[in-house]
Design a protein around this ligand. Structure first.
Ligand SMILES: [Cu+2]
Length: 458
């Protein structure tokens, strides 16, 4: 525990110490390259790395190859998006460091209908500090991501009909989503160029995001305005906060292959602490980014004893996804198709989840989005407010459908903080086995205030 605390403290200090003074400069990703090793950016950096360099040179920063996208490390873990995806963040140069800061906070009020519906006011949020520089012949990146959700989501979960996964007060969470950990990520990354078209990458940290699935929902552009978790979270991208993660990857032209080792147990209920454990689980991911607008991945993981209530159970998780991003003159259009599947061992229980989501930003200040899900649920949903019986055998109870549509609009209040008010409606289709408990078509309505750090030009 002690060595991790030291590691995290150093990372936090490095990012905070450097990041704070420089952040008065706001840079748009479209106007400056954030890849220290990326061609012109590197030449410029070596010549004169002063605070205003990027602003004055106006270099192009949109990655043009998968290697450049990987090296930017603007998402969680080693995740990538289509090359044309904009990344809202503040960035600047300080000495030899490129400093990055991005984050988002939603203040949400949710109201749900039906016998199991609940209401709550809560906030979902995260902030990420990044620092990047050339080191030796490669690029070193340090990253620290924090969330205040352990404080802003009271009662250990927020209401979300049909959501399951993890525990609250020793019971399975039913119709709710747990908060993220205070320490979402503390990691160091090193990328080493192997010739013109190949990149060798290493990633590691006491808390990190192994190579599994697409970028987790809080970080991907196609879900940028939807504050709540997909119902398929625990079949798709829930490993984005894992302990003791090590990843190696090799990128060649438009393809990348990665392998990770990590501790398989999900974070415990105390979301303030850092956990640790043996590296007992692994994942592997194949990524392909053909052209500027597409990104696809296939990944497989073996999770050892992920759930505290079923310590003898392991999970094989498989995911595949295709993301598409099209920048528009006054906005952006980001979409994702995603399949995730769990196979519980030794029971052999197989459950699937399907997701389609899309977010359209138009006329600069407006966002329209939707998410469609079709997700297998288990009989854990029958255990609401109950302690799990000792002889409980999990089985699939039916497939839930969820359709979400939402809209928000930025209002100009504070420089560098995109402030929006908006809301979304989710219509659910209940499987036959659950209609008496939920009603056939319960509805969830959520209104929110959203704050996002953005460059000054916004
Ligand atoms: Cu999550």
């Amino acid at each position: 525990m002690k060595r991790y605390s030291i590691f995290c403290t150093i990372l936090l200090l490095v990012s905070l110490f450097g990041a704070k003074p420089g952040m008065t400069q706001g840079f748009n990703q479209n106007q400056a390259s954030q890849t220290p090793n990326g061609g012109e950016a590197n030449a410029g950096r070596e010549k004169d790395a002063n605070d205003s360099m990027l602003e004055t040179t106006g270099m192009h920063m949109q990655p043009t190859t998968l290697s450049e996208e990987v090296e930017q490390h603007s998402l969680s873990g080693t995740d990538v998006e289509p090359l044309a995806t904009p990344v809202p963040m503040l960035m600047t140069m300080k000495n030899n460091w490129m400093l990055m800061l991005h984050g988002v906070a939603f203040l949400n009020d949710v109201q749900q209908s039906g016998p199991r519906g609940a209401d709550k006011l809560f906030s979902t949020n995260w902030i990420m500090f990044g620092a990047q520089r050339t080191l030796g012949t490669g690029t070193l990146t340090l990253r620290n991501m924090l969330s205040l959700e352990p404080a802003t989501i009271t009662g250990r979960f927020y209401p979300e009909l049909f959501q399951q996964g993890e525990t609250a007060f020793g019971r399975p969470i039913v119709d709710g989503q747990h908060p993220h950990n205070f320490l979402m990520e503390a990691a160091a990354l090193y990328d080493f160029k192997l010739g013109e078209h190949a990149l060798l990458s290493f990633y590691g940290g006491p808390v990190g995001d192994p190579a599994l699935g697409p970028p987790a929902y809080p970080h991907r552009m196609s879900a940028s305005e939807d504050p709540i978790a997909p119902l398929g979270h625990h079949l798709q991208d829930s490993t984005h906060i894992a302990s003791d993660v090590l990843t190696g990857g090799i990128t060649y032209r438009m393809v990348r292959l990665e392998a990770s080792g990590f501790h398989g147990r999900e974070p415990g209920e105390n979301r303030w602490t850092i956990e640790q454990g043996a590296i007992d689980s692994w994942s592997t991911r194949f990524t392909m980014n053909p052209g500027q607008n597409w990104s696809g991945q296939y990944s497989f993981a073996h999770l050892t004893s992920p759930e505290v209530l079923q310590p003898n159970e392991n999970i094989d998780r498989m995911t595949a996804s295709i993301a598409y991003n099209l920048p528009l003159t006054e906005g952006n259009w980001a979409s994702l198709l995603l399949w995730g599947r769990n196979k519980n061992q030794p029971s052999g229980l197989i459950w699937n989840s399907y997701l389609a989501e899309s977010t359209l930003q138009f006329a600069k200040l407006n966002y329209l989005w939707g998410r469609i899900e079709n997700v297998d649920r288990t009989n854990e949903l029958l255990l609401k407010d109950m302690t799990e019986p000792a002889n409980f055998v999990e089985s699939v109870i039916g497939r839930v459908k969820a359709f979400t549509i939402g809209y928000d609009r930025d209002i100009k209040l504070v420089p560098r903080v995109a402030t929006a008010v908006g809301g979304q409606v989710t219509l659910y289709g209940t499987p036959a086995a659950l209609t008496t408990l939920y009603g056939a078509h319960p509805v969830g309505v959520l209104v929110f205030l959203r704050l996002r750090l953005v460059p000054r030009e916004h």
